[in-house]
Design a protein around this ligand. Sequence first.
Ligand SMILES: [Mg+2]
Length: 306
Amino acid sequence: MSGSKCARLSGARVQQLLDSVDSVLFDCDGVIWRGDQAIPGAAQVINLLKEKGKRVFFVTNNSSKTRKMYAEKMSVLGFDVNEEEVFGTAYCSAVYLKTVCKLEGKVYLMGSDAMRQELEAVGIQQTGVGPDHISGKQTDWANVPLDPEVKAVLVGFDAHFSYMKLNRAFQYLTQQDCLFVGTNRDTRLPLEGGKAVPGTGCLLLAVETAAQRQAQTVGKPNHFMFDCVASKFGVDPDRCLMVGDRLDTDILLGSNCGLKTLLTLTGVSTVAEAEAHQQSGCAERQGMVPDFYVESIADLLPALQG
Ligand SMILES: [Mg+2]
């Protein structure tokens, strides 16, 4: 599989690539679905890969769902998937706090109810989910009651993000021994029709700015997402393919972990962006150049059906 990077994957090369891997990691949004609609042919690709003995995993930075919720969504869309194969940042950040940080204490959670569920599933108590309205004046905010058992602040996607939550996270983080973890740094959540909404990266940056501290992030491109899969299923990086629609998260994760990488053009990034990274001469940007690209993962179908 050596040679020039960023090559269109077609013809005999598809089979060659598939023969060179045992495991395939897929990003979700922009790869196997867009919003609530499956990418045409995606379910067939996933199901045929599994039928042919490949191990398939899903790695998503989106923290708004538990593994169970993702598995249910996939099942509705026709994917043959069980929840152990899904690695979202709600789950992975709970694992990170438990196994890497060995957290003893509670989490101040700026995030979703799905994140609360994944934390509780690994035995970590939390406080903070839901709206937190402001009252009183600045001196009251500075002396807002804090839970003494909180030993970490975790920031994920929080539709109830507010000034009071930012303040509360800040007050916890002024305690030097308080851990600071974020799910991911994606700045935008793309929607259909060229629309987008602000992503978790915006919320995390607000907390980092206030606290004057940098969070440790769990999601792609941090290799922890891959470590989570690899440690549980014994994945060999040399025989693993990462498929994604974003160069700065999916493809960079693949490069960071020594995986083969495939960009699909049904989501955020373009071939022109990949080529610009390749031609930049900048060593750091080479990690964002995929080995191959396809218009859609449905381009893998002929080789799988043959
Ligand atoms: Mg994506």
